[in-house]
Unconditional design. Structure first.
Ligand code: NDP
Length: 467
């Protein structure tokens, strides 16, 4: 077990203000693998002061200089691929192949995209007799979750750096180790002191201190809707900008005429990868009544390929999340859904580790708790619809609107349906994830967009000069 010290503040690791520590647990074997300091309001205050002091200098740099630093950061992350993948596997529990391909490689792609964007992004435009300048918002307080621990950091820090903002990060307490690797990469990339600062700690202490700090101009949060609401209220009272990327309950709508086997198989992979801990996961599969039984059978067969502890399905992040997910599975059974795979008990031979049996529920009705609330585990609900209008009503019938999928015989039919969905992203007939496309939610799924040029805009003010 390793005991890590210090917070990364003003370009150096400095001792934490308090003595409290956070234990980092490997969810695969429940062993404590490391401890990190639990930051206090004092650590947050020091970090925000450093970020404020660094802001004017960083904001004044040329886009090419910021691009050079972000390129160096991308390279420093790429050079740490194995260390990042190993760290995420150890603290989150993700299988090694997924850790490499997604947890390590996606942040490299996102960082690279912002270095590239700076080559062409216009920070100035003419509108009639006005010149409009796009200027950095200031100090960003970034609060991130554990599910894609490095991606969530880079999706906030890279556009903030590109805009000319400085950053204080409070990562999730379950996954602080990869955040420390990120700080090392920032240091190696040669960013000026204070442009990036890291305070590890607990949400209600360090997180709350950061969200409410008067020196923070924008709070960017990803996590649960409950905490997001609280952060928005705090930020609203102080008239701070806020960006929220919250939960989801996305629909995978399979229309008649679609390739059913492909739609079901891709849908299962979408939900069960990362042990179901993906905010944009298509956790509700909507199937026409005439194809329903066939789809349920295909889903059960596909789910059987996900063996807990095998190379496709790791544990969930913590005992708390395991208990929460199992509670939802029990609730589904109580409310009358039909279990066709999985269940609430520990998987065979996996009494240690926070493993969940990959679970497929059939005969789920749209009003059931499992069809309405975010479960965040390898659990999918297969829901029957009668016609297209019924499918649309069900798809739009939750408080969330983050992502989704539509499968149809042709793209025009799928597109027409997708345009009527109240959601921020829809994949048509298996369209690939695009790290440049804006990502974010309608309704309770959040405010604002991350990634690509739209993500950059979140970190910019606009100023008009009239001539
Ligand atoms: P949280 O929303 O509690 O955690 C997200 C981040 O917010 C963490 O860094 C957390 O710190 C911090 N935080 C917690 N409370 C506060 C606060 N009062 N003020 C400021 N920051 C705070 O999510 P959970 O980890 O509790 O997960 C619960 C559920 O949330 C999941 O089951 C899932 O449904 C949803 N979720 C959604 C995610 C998404 O990607 N949209 C990601 C993660 C969870 P700390 O780690 O110390 O608690």
């Amino acid at each position: 077990m390793k005991a890590y010290d210090g917070m990364y503040i003003d370009g150096a690791w400095r001792p934490a203000a308090g003595d409290e520590r956070i234990e980092v647990v490997n969810p695969a074997d429940e062993q404590v693998i490391a401890t990190v300091p639990a930051g206090t309001a004092q650590d947050v205050d020091e970090a925000v002061r450093a970020a404020r002091a660094a802001f004017p200098g960083w904001a004044a740099t040329a886009p090419a200089e910021r691009a050079a630093r972000i390129t160096a950061l991308r390279d420093a992350l790429a050079a740490r691929r194995e260390e990042i993948a190993g760290t995420v596997s150890a603290e989150l529990g993700a299988p090694p192949a997924f850790s490499r391909a997604v947890h390590a490689d996606l942040p490299v792609a996102v960082a690279g995209s912002y270095a590239e964007l700076l080559g062409s992004h216009e920070f100035e435009e003419k509108i009639g007799n006005s010149t409009v300048f796009h200027e950095p918002v200031g100090v960003v307080g970034a609060i991130t979750p554990w599910n894609y621990p490095l991606h969530q950091i880079v999706a906030k820090a890279a556009p903030a750096f590109a805009a000319g903002c400085t950053v204080v990060l409070k990562p999730a307490e379950d996954t602080p180790l990869v955040a420390r690797l990120f700080a090392e990469a920032v240091h190696e990339a040669g960013f000026p002191a204070g442009v990036f600062n890291l305070v590890t700690g607990r949400g209600p202490v360090a997180g709350q201190a950061l969200a409410g700090h008067e020196g923070v101009d924008l709070v960017s949060f990803t996590g649960s809707t409950a905490v997001g609401r609280q952060i928005a209220a705090t930020a609203g009272a102080a008239v701070k900008r806020v960006a929220l990327e919250l939960g989801g309950k996305s629909a995978n709508v399979i229309l008649p005429g679609a390739d059913l086997a492909k739609a079901v198989n891709v849908g299962i992979a979408n939900v069960f990868s990362n042990a179901g801990q993906t905010c944009s996961a298509w956790t509700r599969m909507l199937v026409h009544t005439e194809q329903y039984d066939e789809a349920v059978a295909l889903a059960a067969t596909a789910a059987a390929k996900y063996v807990p502890g095998g190379d496709r399905l790791g544990p969930v992040v913590s005992a708390r999340q395991r208990d929460r997910v199992r509670g939802y599975i029990r609730r589904g059974i109580e409310e009358g859904a039909r279990l066709v795979a999985g269940g609430p008990d520990a998987p065979e031979g996996r009494s240690t580790g926070y493993y969940i049996r990959p679970t497929v529920f059939a005969d789920v009705t749209p009003g059931m708790t499992i069809a309405q609330e975010e479960i965040f585990g390898p659990v999918i609900c297969v829901i029957r619809y009668e016609d297209e209008a019924d499918a649309l009503r069900i798809a739009n019938g939750t408080v969330y609107g983050l992502a989704g999928a539509v499968w149809a015989a042709d793209e025009a039919t799928a597109t027409a349906f997708a345009r009527r969905m109240d959601t921020g992203q829809v994949d048509i007939n298996g369209g690939r994830f695009n790290p440049l496309a804006p990502f974010g939610g309608y309704k309770d799924s959040g405010i604002g967009r991350e990634l690509g040029a739209h993500g950059l805009t979140e970190y910019l003010h606009t100023k008009s000069l009239q001539f």
